[in-house]
Design a protein around this ligand. Structure first.
Ligand SMILES: C[S@@+](CC[C@H](N)C(=O)[O-])C[C@H]1O[C@@H](n2cnc3c(N)ncnc32)[C@H](O)[C@@H]1O
Length: 378
């Protein structure tokens, strides 16, 4: 087992209080925090005082002065991390992931792999990349000599994957996306879809409370949010085995079935695109689009307006949904083979991408089984 002694002493000296948890390397998840004894529900397991967090208040003043006020807090914190030549945070930095540990982040993948991402992940990645490019352009203009893109991207990914929601009077004036800070030790909690801990903060600091019991040796996790698999892959670089909040986009199989006129009709009522399948059902938007494909326009209109509950057309809509799901499953199967045959990208990058498609296949299978059961029972 690795020793995190120096880091823990450093954190404790600065007022961090750990109760019944300690860091440990977790296979496939980097470092995590593990219960050193049985933990009861409602026990406070970690306190991190405001004096130890890295936020807008701790960014070096010359950096604040040198960068335009319009830069995002994400971009600013990343600049502070990347330009920091002091030893102030060296002990904390030493337990942070290395640039190689970020190989799972699609932001660093070769183009050939990125094009094989599921559509929702591709959309998220292009938004993330636009954000990164904006921040990098701003920082490069201010520090053309001191930084290169790779070093800045590494710092930017540290901020992306390790910040907590945080707001103080200075941040209050900014958009919600800028409400963030880094905190030591708490940034070692891995993600679970099921809650498990409550994270709260006030002007004194952060407090993390167990919301259920943990056995000794069990990993204690927090929920980063109700995120889909595509979101977790793009924003954090990992795929979970089970994720109750997972969902996928069906646009690639549904939109091509619509004529131009049908697309216009859907656009007019605000239902074109973003057709989502989660673990339990297809979304209402999908129901609307499916009905346009299998009902007359008048009946469809009544369904859109809520005058018709759609009961009469449900069987046909389900039939169409089954067809779409089988097509989507076929795409997932094809993508897995394409990923495996690709001769670019690191093995771990290909593995994580193939796992995401496998997860998508499993989600589709659950829904196909449900729709078939329903068909057979009605
Ligand atoms: C806030 S950090 C958590 C601590 C991190 N494991 C470390 O080694 O420093 C977030 C990162 O941890 C990893 N991670 C978090 N939850 C995970 C999970 N459930 N499965 C796999 N990796 C996870 C991902 O690499 C993610 O970007």
């Amino acid at each position: 087992m690795e020793s995190y002694g120096e880091f823990l002493s450093w954190a404790i000296e600065r007022g961090v209080k750990l109760n019944a948890i300690e860091p440990r390397r977790m296979p496939g998840r980097g470092i995590g925090l593990v219960a050193t004894r049985a933990i009861k529900p409602d026990e406070i397991i970690l306190d991190v005082p405001t004096s130890c967090i890295r936020s807008i208040d701790t960014v070096h003043k010359p950096i604040i002065r040198h960068l335009p006020k319009t830069i995002s807090i994400h971009g600013l914190l990343a600049a502070d991390l990347a330009l920091d030549g002091s030893s102030k945070y060296a002990i904390w930095n030493a337990v942070c992931p290395t640039p190689e540990d970020f190989a799972g982040m699609p932001l660093v993948w070769p183009q050939e792999l990125r094009t094989l991402l599921p559509p929702a992940a591709r959309d998220l990645l292009s938004k993330q990349e636009a954000k990164f490019k904006r921040d990098w352009a701003t920082v490069l203009a201010a520090y053309p000599e001191q930084l290169d893109e790779e070093r800045y991207r590494y710092a930017w990914m540290l901020v992306n994957t390790r910040t907590f929601y945080y707001v103080n009077p200075k941040l209050k004036k900014r958009s919600k996306d800028d409400h963030m800070c880094l905190q030591p030790v708490a940034d070692l909690f891995n993600h679970t879809d099921e809650g498990g801990c409550n994270v709260a903060f006030d002007h004194e600091g952060f407090s993390i409370k167990a919301t259920r019991g943990y056995a000794q040796g069990e990993e204690v996790k927090i929920c980063y949010g109700r995120h889909s698999g595509d979101f977790l892959l793009v924003e954090y670089g990992f795929v979970m085995d089970e994720n109750r909040w997972d969902e996928i986009l069906l646009d690639d199989v549904l939109v091509p079935k619509l004529s131009d006129r049908q697309k216009e009709r859907l656009e007019e009522v605000g239902f074109l695109g973003k057709y989502i399948l989660d673990r339990e059902t297809v979304c209402h938007r999908t129901q609307v689009a499916a009905r346009l494909l299998c009902c007359g326009v008048r009946e469809w209109k009544r369904f859109v307006d809520g005058i018709d509950d759609g009961e009469r057309s449900q069987k046909n809509a389900d039939q169409l949904a089954l067809k779409l799901l089988r097509e989507q499953r076929h795409i997932a199967e094809k993508r897995i083979t394409e990923v495996q045959l690709l001769d670019v990208g690191l093995p771990q990058q290909k593995e994580v991408l193939a796992r995401r498609w496998k997860q998508i296949q499993d989600l589709i299978d659950v829904n196909i089984a449900r729709l078939e059961d329903y068909k057979n029972s009605s």
